[in-house]
Design a binder for this molecule. Sequence first.
Ligand code: ZN
Length: 307
Amino acid sequence: MSQGFELTVLGTGSASPTLRRNPSAQVLNVRNHLYLIDCAEGTQIALRKNKIKFQQIEHVFISHLHGDHYLGLQGLLSTFSLLGRSKELHIYSPRGLKEIIDMHFSISQSQSNFPIHFHEIDKMNDSLLLENDHLKVFALTLKHRIPTFGFLFKEKKKARHINGPLVKELKIPYYAFEQLKKGEDYINKENDEVYSFEKLTFPEDPSYSYAYCSDTAYLPGLSEQIKEVDILYHETTFMQKDEALAKKTFHSTCIEAALIAKKANAKMLLMGHYSSRYLNEESMLEECKSVFENSHLTQDGDIIKLS
Ligand SMILES: [Zn+2]
């Protein structure tokens, strides 16, 4: 498994599963921690197909409670139980998911044999959802027919690299390495000599960020919240000729997604959540590229790796 920052796209369709596409689900792997983002029907199979060790998923983020974003979750929880999972699971979603899951457990007279912690997202606390030693996850309020949230994953600053030969030559004690890696100088208390971290270490590797924005109507203000993001996934359900339909259903067109990427100065735009009415995706890509050059179609099973 990757030590870096790696996104696996498990589903790229909208509405219903087809032979070609599952609906929305993705896995973000940050330094070997797995974050599942949306969990439509077919997600379990897609996890297996992509050889993802899904029992290691500790956090699930559900954008909204339309079926094409969460209907695979009950099945996944059931499989976790059948496989004897004991590790706790955190689920972040708009209000209502806990009731749905609880109702299933109640009526089927079953229960999960591992702790599930539900975290309800609402507009009042739509900022920081999760913070651990390597990452922060923020909620982004989107504009859809029901309460919907995007997610911004921001990797924390990494540790600097120790200059091995130099610390050996200068006999820097091992216990000082951690502070040097954090960017703090080491002071030898016996003679008050200061050793600068800049001299004893090499710069850290870059930290990355990922924004998941689906489903949403065109929301120009969104770009402010995801400035300079490394990877932006923004739904491109419709082409420009169907702009009226996009407006009516609170979805975005390719051009609108590309405008968000451009305004945010994102490094890369990933497209997805395609309406099944379009058979030629290349023309969708062309629309995006006419506004934002570094646009990419995604297909089920694609892996995007930053390192
Ligand atoms: Zn959807």
